[in-house]
Design a protein around this ligand. Structure first.
Ligand code: FAD
Length: 453
């Protein structure tokens, strides 16, 4: 079967405007933010789909899948394409299936939102807040990121300091289409969600999701500056572990990382040479928290009242992998890692790293709750020299008890998801021909079954 014939059949299902074989468009929609990694940048260059299809209903998704399954065509699902590891890059051609067309908000009920997989998380939050509710967690890319893409590709974000990660009850239900013949629609809840959360879209295609909502809090934002990074870390830990303190973000950055935050610097929030702590706190708490921070040498250098939340400058725009984005914009030779530090010995682990790699790696930590425990999760910025040096750094961190979640690979492995076993079983059961995002599961052979059109 040739590409034009497949495109013609897809047009019959989704309408002519929702299929593209135009090379520039297909190339654009075959990429995500994999360029954060110099390794992936090289590895994934030139990987493109043959055709892009944009269904607008769950029934259309099912029909498209039926066609792909019958003809053995690989499918790569895509939300907004903000993933970092080439998760949404088609390794074996075929179709990119964009889910952005599934944009219905079915229900904003008390304590939950049921939405199409393509709805942007920013839109859910925007609709929920006037109803007195807000999302538990969202990635720093929430303005663009889709609900389905977050569940399939993300893990934590703003709000995780209180509510934990995607695995901590922050997804209530998912409806997904399998790649069996005929495709089935499944509703997944409870433990079964582990078969789809952070699966890189390799087990089933999410068509709608139910996310929990909490009563809305008016959030203030602030920046605190510290001459010593270690004291910023200790202050951050003190605030992060204070259960009585309502907060949505606790993000710590070693100098020179704050020097990349141009927008905050223009508002005089950044003190040259200082570490900074970015916080989202409930209304009225900035004053008392600043006084607490003074005990650690911290000074309040910027704040924003709750009425400006989600308008104008937002500290979350410099948190999570947005930190890496600003660093790379300032200096393309930089890249990042994802490291799970030990919460008791984090500072001595960081010391060991600094001694071994002076002037090569700088710390960025997001305090969050994971499995109920407050933990320092780091996305340090580092200067890339060679793949061997990067590998050595990662091995060193593993060896000192600070395991690295290998972000310079597009394959999902145990370092990134401890539920690899349920995901692998789901893959076998729901995608027996190995057509869904082939090559992304370390436990499933690359490209099994699928072929380009
Ligand atoms: P995509 O990138 O389009 O897809 C992600 C993965 O999910 C791909 O494997 C894709 O195949 C699959 N997929 C997409 N939609 C579906 C579907 N409907 N069904 C099945 N599979 C699907 N991540 C975080 O967790 N927290 C953060 O704070 C965070 N900050 C970031 C900051 C920056 C600057 C960048 C570039 C990335 C960041 N990320 C973060 C990663 C990413 O933005 C999020 O995970 C985001 O939620 C992905 O959503 P998306 O719609 O862009 O998904």
């Amino acid at each position: 079967m040739d590409r034009d014939l497949v495109a013609a059949r897809l047009r019959e299902i989704v309408g002519p405007a929702n299929v593209s074989t135009e090379p520039a468009e297909v190339e654009r929609l075959s990429k995500d933010y994999y360029w954060f990694s110099p390794i992936l940048e090289r590895q994934l260059a030139g990987k493109v789909a043959d055709v892009v299809v944009n269904p607008t209903t769950a029934d259309q998704v099912r029909e498209v899948v039926q066609l792909a399954v019958r003809d053995g065509i690989p499918i790569t699902p895509r939300g907004a394409g903000t993933g970092n590891y080439g998760q949404a890059v088609p390794l074996h051609g075929g179709m990119v299936l964009t889910l952005r067309g599934l944009k219905q908000v079915d229900e904003i009920g008390k304590g939950h939102a049921r939405v199409g997989a393509g709805v942007r998380l920013g839109a859910v939050e925007r609709k929920a807040r006037p109803l007195g509710q807000e999302l538990h967690i969202y990635p720093s890319t929430y303005v663009a990121a889709t609900a389905g893409g977050f569940i399939a590709g993300g893990n934590a974000g703003v709000g995780s300091i209180t509510w934990g990660t995607l695995w901590d009850g922050n997804v209530l239900a998912v409806t997904a289409v399998t790649l069996e013949d005929p495709p089935r629609r499944l509703v997944l809840v409870g433990e079964d969600l582990n078969m789809i959360i952070h699966s890189y879209g390799a087990t089933a295609i999410i068509t709608d999701v139910t996310l929990p909502l909490a009563p809305a809090t008016p959030w203030e934002q602030c920046v605190l500056s510290f001459p010593a990074f270690e004291r910023a870390m200790t202050c951050a830990r003190d605030l992060a572990e204070d259960d009585a303190l309502p907060k949505r973000l606790v993000s710590v950055h070693e100098w020179p990382i704050p020097s990349y935050f141009g927008h905050l610097a223009r508002e005089d929030a950044i003190v040259p040479g200082n570490a900074c702590l970015l916080l989202e706190l409930a209304d009225g708490l900035t004053g008392s928290v600043s006084r607490r921070a003074a005990d650690y040498g911290g000074t309040l250098t910027w704040s924003a009242p709750s009425r400006t939340y989600h308008r104008g400058t937002a500290v979350s725009d410099f948190s999570f992998n947005h930190t890496t984005l600003w660093a790379k914009r300032a200096d393309p030779g930089l890249t990042y890692l994802q490291v799970v530090f030990d919460r008791h010995t984090v500072l001595s682990q960081m010391d060991q790293i600094r001694q071994r790699y002076p002037d090569e790696i700088w710390m960025h930590v997001e305090y969050m709750r994971a499995g109920g425990q407050v933990a320092p999760r780091a996305l340090p910025i580092l200067r890339f020299t060679t793949p061997a040096r990067l590998e050595e750094m990662q091995d060193f961190m593993d060896a000192i008890g600070a395991p690295v979640r290998r972000p310079h690979s597009c394959q999902l492995d145990l370092s990134r998801n401890r539920y690899l076993e349920p995901i692998t079983s789901a893959k076998r059961l729901w995608d027996p021909r190995g057509l869904l995002n082939p090559g992304k599961l370390a436990t499933a052979p690359a490209g099994e079954g699928g072929r380009s059109v």
